[in-house]
Design a protein around this ligand. Structure first.
Ligand code: DQA
Length: 146
């Protein structure tokens, strides 16, 4: 049995479904957790799911993933655009890393166009809504098989 894929979510994503639904859609974070688990199951793997509004907790979740996870799918939310600490933690992780954004950050404000995390990510998915998480898990499965 391979290790699970760690799905990590940054600040304010706990409000998914309530927060700016015109940008982020109507699905809740619980819906995303189920989508990830169902997608992984079909592919013969599994997921763990984590969200935090605190940068240090996300760094620690990445450290934990060094031991417990085969890959990381991360939506760092606003920390995407600010966090060298999350980039450094991801650089200490050995497996595939996929960066996901629900919205198309490149269609939005200029400050969302730069991502620290993209310097480490093996792929970046933006603008596919919450389906981006499922696409990321499919990509991880392909990378882990290769
Ligand atoms: C986001 C995009 C970020 O710019 C924003 O701060 C978020 C969510 C997305 O999923 O589209 O909180 O990562």
């Amino acid at each position: 049995m391979t290790k699970p894929i760690a799905i990590l979510n940054g600040p304010n994503l706990n409000l998914l479904g309530q927060r700016q639904p015109e940008i982020y859609g109507a699905d809740t974070l619980a819906d995303v957790e189920k989508l990830c688990a169902d997608t992984a199951e079909v592919l013969g793997t599994s997921t763990t799911f984590f969200q935090s509004n605190h940068e240090g907790e996300i760094v620690e979740a990445i450290h934990q993933a060094r031991h417990d996870a085969s890959a990381i799918v991360i939506n760092p939310a606003a920390y995407t655009h600010t966090s060298v600490a999350i980039l450094d933690a991801l650089n200490a992780f050995d497996g595939p890393v996929i960066e996901v954004h629900i919205s198309n950050v490149h269609k939005r404000e200029a400050f969302r166009h730069h991502s620290y995390v993209s310097a480490r990510a093996d792929a970046v998915i933006a603008g596919c809504g919450v389906q981006g998480y499922a696409l990321a898990i499919q990509r991880v499965a392909t990378l882990l098989k290769a």
